[in-house]
Design a protein around this ligand. Sequence first.
Ligand code: AMP
Length: 583
Amino acid sequence: MLLTCDPNDKEGSSKLLEDLTTNANRVQNQILEEILIENSKTEYLRSFLNGNTDKVAFKKKVPMVEYEDIKHYIERIVNEAPAEILTSQTITELHTSSGTSGGQRKMMPVTAEDLEIKAFFSHLMSSVMKRSLDGLDEGKGMYLMFIKPEIVTPSGLIARPALTSYYKSRIFKRVCSGFTSPYETIMCLDTEQSMYCQLLCGLIQRDEVFHVGAYYASGFLQGIKFLENYWPELVSNIRTGNLSDWITDTSCRNAVMSILGRPNSELADLVEPMFKGKSWEGIVKRLWPRTKFVDSISTGSMAQYISILDFYSGGLPLVSKAYASSECYFGFNLNPLCKPSDISYTLLPYMAYFEFIPVDKNGEAEGLVGEAVDLVDVKPGKHYELVVTTFTGLYRYRVGDILMVTGFYNNAPQFRFLHRKNVILSIDMDKTNEEDLFNAVTKAKILVESLGCLVTDYTSFPNTTSIPGHYVLFWELKTMENEDLPDLEATIMEQCCNTVEDSLDYVYRRGRSKEKSIGPLEIRVVKYGTFDALMDLFVSQGSSVNQYKTPRCIKSDEALEILNARVVGNFFSKKVPTWELQT
Ligand code: AMP
């Protein structure tokens, strides 16, 4: 069932949306049937179903899996000829997700048909957005877009992030003129040159800009931080009509020069005082005065950036359009101008066969994991873990996202994104869970232990009050002999910060070193007894003393105050961690 959608045909796309959501159950059953029939001969499905394509058998015999469970199949696709292992369709590329497994990026098979399904999603979404967002059709978007390096796997497949694949696609080339960034600036692999050129072009075309943004809120804030550092140079380039010499990427340079054109002191005089102003509150509205909204995802781990984005944007509506992943695109926000706290995504029944594991508030399965419910059977107010079965070879695959049902659009459920299972720290694309943090702290604390000190407890929080944000760890230290605080040697503590960073996964290390989207990790040493005070707080708020566990990430301001009030020293990582691209 391959559908097509013309984003400019408002009536046609509305009808498609109504049909797909009204007939959600039928569409879901049809999708599953097609997946099972088409892939019944794959090595994976044969091993469980032996050619059977029946839904009941599928639910009974095919297990719920996580990436680790299917990693060896993916590795064969990466290393050998990828025929009929997971999917019967020809795998055309692999999408690298921001999630990692054993420190390496997860890889998701992609097929030509899958890209068409995703294109359908984007077109339908774009038409839905046009209904609610005037400004999307008019003017241009000052939207920051970047690509990442690709690798070729031993089996000859290109592996790259989904957004890189999209920006390099024919579909994107067709819509690229709707943005202020010339195509060549987006294709520039040097993020700094790319960012500089995109912002410069955005400033020059400021009168045409009707919306601003970046895929995730963190990305747009990186743009603002970049402006803070580079505005004098940007203004000078506008004034003189000369592009800075360090922009050495030739096609990027040529594209920008054709927009920069002549010296423009009028524009330079106009924007310079905005940058020089005492406060940058509302700077986005001043720089791009016709902007109607900020187009950046601000749900999930991005919610931490809402207040800072509000500050810079002067309260412009913050629009989160889509909920998607490398595994599958899930759904979009039918009410894009709603408050960030009210955002729900409507799952599009056409994208995959969806199942939902009922979970409690903490994301723990309530019954047997296998007893997942269908899309039309979820209940408002309940929490679920999302499970997908796709045409690209994922069967009952646990995405790891915890969602809450907020209602239905026709018969398609709408969900609020709550959190990722187990992730406790995230600044940008990094997702650090309790175990990652534990392993990193375990390695780092050996350094202080060798000096006769003990880390008696630890916790963390993502500090996003500065850009880029950074991880803060609170360590309670004492000497081995007694409860005295040891003399804190800065070099050793800084080494501890480095060791933690070196032990975190590839996505963290890359964000920190290459993309600079994460700032240096900080350790705040707190007085002995601080964690008792922390426990007292949680117990006073209803935690049971018997069951109390130190939260490994602090969410409440009150708890943070307790920790910060007892800090006796703070140290930052002085070295950027090493990273390398791994297959
Ligand atoms: P990736 O595979 O690297 O694209 O990451 C996909 C993950 O990012 C999803 O499984 C979610 O955990 C998160 N994500 C994607 N879109 C959203 C959204 N709109 N709101 C909250 N989290 C999101």
